[in-house]
Design a protein around this ligand. Structure first.
Ligand SMILES: [Zn+2]
Length: 439
């Protein structure tokens, strides 16, 4: 059993939605359901602070129900749905619609609100009204807020509601027209690129705004070595800054685009090997607070297009855990998900990686016990039973046709993953047992 307090060997007893006992060799009460966790890590359920569920507006790609199912199978007991739906989550009505769609889903579905109306970057969304519904994270994700004075006002407005602004860092004027990272491979392939600076300039700008306003900012999916260095410096200065990285930016590089396969088109784009290594190091040294999937389903009729026409994004919920473990944990025989080769990296334990996927993002999203939530552990008597059971040694092959998502745009098709979610318990209910969804 592992949680933020450490790890030990124990049975976990659950009753009526709560953990009631954590002790060695429990006598099984008559009639109890027993989930075998032999050889497994029993951890607080994973929490994804960056999920695109596509509802309302693009139900052909994903729904709250199908996305939550994929999440549960991936070990998540909570996801934060991004607000770039159609219509976007810039009003109480749309936030309530998503929250009500999430009632009865296989994991908790929290919702992020937009920073600006229509995510258009001009007028602030009703952050206070959305905060009163429990919305804790605000972002125009898919786009960064370009206008620095609008962003300054957002910082000042948000401070009054104990909410966090989450930025998709990308300066449009530099990124526009690009389809992959601007570098060696984009020149070789003749594909317009997106320079690292398009991200780094906005990270630097928002750090300056956090300093100016005393506000709090979370950086979504940072992808470059210099972004990580900027975040580290801001933290050293004592600013209220957090950052996440995706499993794919920890494991894949722009070289994957060599065959022009649009499945590798993501935003921010896959970067270079130096960036991948720096992001791994930033996870290990505490600069990066969370691994978040940026699960971005797209229906095949849209994604199976030419590189320039295909929308950016890839699935992530069902592969996040093994990809993150493969990228960050040292073990004999590197995981096949490690596209950058054996560079001697591997300073993290599985416990540390679970922190990046569970209790630390739970706190950023306001879903942890200290904010009145029930996610991210600890696993102790009296705590809500949101738990995932992970077999770190189990191997499985990714078959896109068998993923729970309505979409198929995974870069890991046919790849053998090491590390599997055996069971997921959501508020006391075993929603995934032996890697199978129970409803
Ligand atoms: Zn984004």
């Amino acid at each position: 059993m592992v949680d933020g307090a450490g790890s030990r060997r124990a049975d976990v007893v659950i009753s009526e939605g709560h953990v009631v006992g954590v002790e060695a060799d429990v006598a099984v009460p008559r009639g109890a359901t027993v989930l075998d966790a032999g050889g497994c890590l029993v951890a607080p359920g994973l929490v994804d602070i960056h999920t695109h569920l596509r509802q309302p507006g693009a139900e052909e790609a994903e729904t709250v129900e199908s996305g939550a199912r994929a999440a549960a199978l991936g070990g998540f007991t909570a996801v934060v749905a991004m607000p770039n739906t159609d219509p976007p989550v810039d009003s109480a009505a749309v936030a309530l619609e998503v929250l009500s769609l999430g009632t009865g889903a296989m994991c908790q579905v929290a919702v992020a609100g937009a920073i600006t109306m229509g995510r258009a970057g001009a007028c602030l969304a009703p952050i206070g009204e959305l905060a009163s519904l429990g919305v804790r994270l605000f972002t125009d994700d898919g786009a960064g807020v370009q206008d620095v004075s609008v962003m300054r006002r957002a910082f000042e407005y948000a401070r009054g509601f104990d909410v966090t602004l989450a930025q998709h860092c990308e300066v449009d004027a530099l990124a526009r027209g690009g389809h992959m990272h601007e570098g060696e491979w984009s020149s070789r392939l003749g594909v317009p690129g997106i320079p690292s600076e398009a991200e780094e300039m906005m990270v630097a700008r928002d750090i300056a705004l956090a300093r100016l306003t005393g506000g709090r900012v979370h950086f979504l999916h940072i992808s470059t070595a210099r972004s990580a260095a900027l975040v580290a410096a801001a933290k050293a200065e004592g600013l209220a800054v957090t950052a996440e990285v995706t499993p794919h930016h920890l494991s894949l590089t722009h070289a994957e685009l060599a065959g022009y396969d649009p499945v590798y088109k993501v935003n921010p784009p896959l970067r270079g090997e130096v960036d991948v290594r720096a992001l791994r190091a930033a996870c290990a040294d505490g600069t990066i607070d969370a691994v978040a999937t940026d699960h971005a389903p797209h229906a095949p009729e849209r994604k199976d297009a030419t590189l320039d026409a295909a929308p950016p994004g890839m699935l992530g919920l069902q592969t996040a855990l093994p990809v993150a473990l493969g990228a960050l944990v040292e073990r004999a025989g590197r995981a096949p998900s490690d596209a950058t080769g054996d560079d001697g990296w591997g300073a993290m334990s599985a416990l540390d990686v679970l922190g990046l996927l569970s209790w630390r993002p739970a706190r950023i999203a306001g879903l942890a016990p200290e904010h009145g939530g029930d996610q991210g552990g600890p696993i102790e008597p009296g705590a809500p039973a949101n738990i995932c059971v992970i077999d770190p040694a189990a191997t499985w092959e990714v078959d896109p046709a068998r993923l729970a998502s309505r979409s198929r745009n995974t870069p890991w098709a046919g790849r053998v993953m090491t590390g599997q979610v055996r069971h997921t318990v959501f508020r006391g209910e075993p929603v995934v047992v032996d890697a199978g969804a129970q409803r």
